[in-house]
Design a binder for this molecule. Structure first.
Ligand code: ADP
Ligand code: MG
Length: 285
């Protein structure tokens, strides 16, 4: 039989917007010594805005409409920002044969021109040269190639969630190591890790790469809570000792796979879940 305290713990958690899918995870949370987090949508709001457009040998309006036309075939938060930015300037162009390349971006044709829109990994994959400084920018970028030639890029920004710094500080005060994993550029990831005081941060990761990192840490004996939101995060959520999903922004697959769901997407609820686990343990024993 399940001790009464566990029901109390689950109820207390749910009143705090934290959904435990089983009483055993209250216990698991008390043993966690490493929290691994996804960046976009977990520590940031996951809502991007286009900041700047830099072009190379193409009219700015044309670049924006080409980028937005191909991105209108994607539901990625970055794609939504590009489409919103173009607004009425979309210009009635037609995209064809659009392919989403996981962790890279999009490939297709727009008005008969071959188009790539994504990160610099995407351009590398298709052997298209681009200015080296693009990799050094501390901005998330959408790089665009038209007819197999670098045509420019859009810088886009996402905001860090209000309670992210507080959440990381609380983890450290509980002697928990903090790790951030992201598909975004290393320069962006490093900058954010510095701002938030995160111990280790890895960028340029494909979904498989995120799972591999979690497995590596598991193999060294760390007790891991992984927190993510995206469709790509579901396998990693499954792998962790405690898999946590952001319930508001989170994809259905990730929410379904998770052991714990944070309903209002606040990172500070991660340490709240640990605290509730500890309180419950005291009541049970
Ligand atoms: P993350 O949630 O960590 O950003 P993703 O796998 O969704 O992971 O994306 C990794 C990277 O791939 C993004 O940061 C972006 O650079 C690029 N990317 C993916 N999809 C698109 C898209 N539709 N348009 C532009 N870039 C994209
Ligand atoms: Mg994400």
């Amino acid at each position: 039989s399940i001790p009464l305290g566990y029901f109390g713990g689950i109820g207390l958690a749910s009143r705090n917007g934290i959904l435990f899918k089983g009483s055993n995870f209250l216990d698991v949370m008390t043993t966690v010594n490493m929290v691994i987090m996804d960046k976009t949508g977990t520590l940031t709001k996951g809502v991007f805005n286009v900041q700047e457009v830099i072009t190379d040998g193409i009219d700015k309006k044309e670049l924006v409409s080409i980028a937005a036309t191909i991105e209108s075939n994607s539901t990625h938060p970055i794609a939504k920002a590009v489409v919103a930015y173009a607004g009425d300037a979309l210009g009635g162009l037609k995209a064809k044969d659009v392919e989403e390349i996981s962790g890279h971006g999009l490939k297709g044709t727009v008005d008969g021109k071959a188009v790539l829109a994504g990160n610099t990994k995407l351009l590398k994959k298709f052997n298209i040269a681009y200015p080296q400084e693009v990799d050094q920018l501390v901005d998330t970028v959408v790089v665009i190639a038209v007819n197999n030639r670098f045509a420019g890029y859009l810088t886009i920004a996402d905001e860090i969630k209000e309670d992210a710094k507080q959440a990381i500080d609380r983890m450290h005060s509980l002697n928990i190591q903090t790790v951030m994993l992201s598909g975004d550029k290393q320069a962006v990831v490093d900058q954010m890790a510095k701002t938030l005081g995160i111990d280790k941060a890895f960028g340029n990761l494909l979904p498989e790469g995120k799972a591999q990192k979690v497995q590596e840490y598991k193999n060294t004996g760390s007790r891991i809570a992984f927190v993510g939101d995206g469709v790509n995060d579901a396998p990693v959520v499954a792998l962790a000792d405690a898999g946590i999903a952001m319930g508001g922004l989170g994809s259905d697959a990730t929410i379904e796979t998770a052991d714990i769901v944070i309903q209002n997407d606040q990172p500070s609820k991660i340490t709240a879940a640990i605290r509730i686990g500890k309180i419950t343990k005291r009541i049970v024993w």
